[in-house]
Design a protein around this ligand. Structure first.
Ligand SMILES: [Zn+2]
Length: 169
């Protein structure tokens, strides 16, 4: 079974992953978490700091470990595209029957530009969850479906984001 989770910043994607990992581990499943090498969160803690019983590794370590785990969780998959590792990610994604992937839906500089990684993997998913931001749109206070960068500098991590509605994206 392959499951996708998307949503803007502060929509609880990582929280959802952790919740799922905990449930599966209680059932005795062996879970492996994979994070992008350059992933660094602006605020809050990342997957690597929260999961306790689950090994957290980088993409390059996945091939050696694939036979030892029942399920693999990939967090922040949009970053593989940003850092030019999309093909490597797709290889790893294809190695597993059971995985959960999570990441941003759109480029934070352009709410209309959907990350290519989703186009590649959505056909293979058995389930797909789209979360909304817990923070309202900064312009109108409405439900925020998208995240946007506040700076024009092309820095993809550790930078500042705001959440916006469909009208203000
Ligand atoms: Zn708005």
């Amino acid at each position: 079974m392959k499951i996708g989770i998307t949503g803007p910043m502060w929509s609880g994607k990582t929280f959802q992953l952790i919740k799922t990992v905990n449930i599966l581990e209680k059932k005795g499943e062996k879970v492996l978490c994979v994070i992008p090498q350059k992933s660094k969160r602006e605020n809050g803690r990342g997957l690597e700091e929260i999961v306790i019983n689950t090994p957290v590794v980088f993409l390059k370590q996945v091939r050696d470990l694939k036979n030892f785990f029942d399920l693999v969780v990939f967090d922040e998959i949009h970053l593989y595209e940003v850092f030019g590792e999309l093909e490597k990610f797709l290889d790893c994604f294809g190695m597993f029957k059971n995985c959960i992937v999570s990441g941003l839906w759109n480029d934070s500089y352009d709410a209309y530009k959907v990350f290519k990684v989703w186009q590649e993997i959505v056909p293979f998913l058995d389930g797909f969850t789209c979360l909304k931001s817990r923070k309202p749109c900064v312009k109108c206070g409405g439900t925020a479906y998208f995240s946007k960068h506040t700076s024009i500098k092309k820095v993809c991590v550790g930078d500042h984001y705001v959440n916006v509605c469909r009208k203000h994206r």
